[in-house]
Design a protein around this ligand. Structure first.
Ligand code: SF4
Ligand code: SF4
Ligand code: FES
Length: 266
């Protein structure tokens, strides 16, 4: 296929853009500086497409559709509107529903404020997980452990370990907590407790378990904050260590190394 056959031309908010065919719309928009809000999307993971916050309007010929930009592959000739009245209405509904589910979660409160929503019309729950799936997906797709997954259905759906038993495959890397937008998951803290019960010669350092360091035993009872190894990698790495371990380039974000700091007081 010639290079030109791989390229498609579309417009986003009236602006003509060329992109490689089937690139997720969100990436094309980002490249030209158009920001689309997301909750369940992370550039290192397969798009999951559950939160619907990234909804945009796509016009193709006479047909208009509302699609999720994170998993919508661009096509030639489409017109995309990321801020139309209907798009904002849909996003407001998404945020209002999330506000009812998680009224005390900061990121949802901030989103609600951004959309001018003071209160949700729906019945308030007091959950802290928005079921975005980022933790589950980072564990399976990047860490390669599948230590957590979704359990139950409907309103009982939640993130849990298989059979709700303490996980014996979690390596305590903290990638799930790091990626979680709400602070709902603290898997690595449970795992640290399990590690602390192990005999000294089995207490492998988490950097070893992540594959960053060939072999090291923890002499600090997994209080990483007090450890020289941790300090050294803090200085060297510029993202969550699991991305460095898997050779994935991800720009630093605010959760940087937060997971290790949470073990500080324990
Ligand atoms: S801390 Fe455990 S559950 Fe979380 S990503 Fe790492 S291995 Fe998976
Ligand atoms: S625990 Fe966090 S990352 Fe996992 S599904 Fe819930 S909100 Fe998303
Ligand atoms: S970010 Fe696209 S559906 Fe959640």
């Amino acid at each position: 296929m010639k290079k030109s056959e791989k390229l498609v031309t579309l417009t986003i908010d009236g602006r003509e853009v060329q992109a490689e065919k089937r690139t997720p719309l969100i990436k094309v928009a980002k490249k030209v500086g158009i920001k689309i809000p997301t909750l369940c999307y992370h550039e290192a993971l397969e798009p999951y497409g559950v939160c619907r916050l990234c909804t945009v309007e796509v016009v193709r010929g006479k047909r208009t559709r509302f699609v999720t930009a994170c998993n919508y592959p661009v096509e030639d000739g489409i017109k995309v509107w990321t801020q139309s009245e209907k798009v904002i209405k849909i996003r407001k509904m998404v945020v209002e529903t999330l506000l009812a589910r998680c009224p005390n979660v900061k990121i949802i409160q901030d989103l609600a404020a951004e959309f001018g929503i003071k209160k949700s019309r729906f019945e308030n729950l007091d959950e802290d997980c928005i079921l975005c799936g980022l933790c589950v997906n980072i564990c399976s797709q990047i860490v390669g452990e599948n230590a957590i997954g979704f359990a139950s259905r409907g309103i009982d759906r939640e993130v849990d370990t298989p059979f709700a038993m303490p996980s014996d495959i979690c390596i305590g890397c903290g990638a799930c907590s790091w990626v979680c937008p709400t602070g709902a998951i603290k898997m690595e803290l449970e795992t640290v407790e399990r590690f602390r019960k192990l005999p000294g010669n089995e207490r492998l350092c988490r950097y070893t378990l992540m594959g960053i360091m060939s072999y090291g035993l923890c002499a600090n009872s997994f209080r990483c904050y007090h450890c020289e190894v941790d300090q050294r990698f803090r200085d060297q790495l510029n993202t969550h260590p699991i991305f460095a371990a898997r050779n994935i380039e991800i720009k630093p974000v605010k959760q940087y190394f937060e997971f290790l700091e949470r073990t500080r007081k324990r």
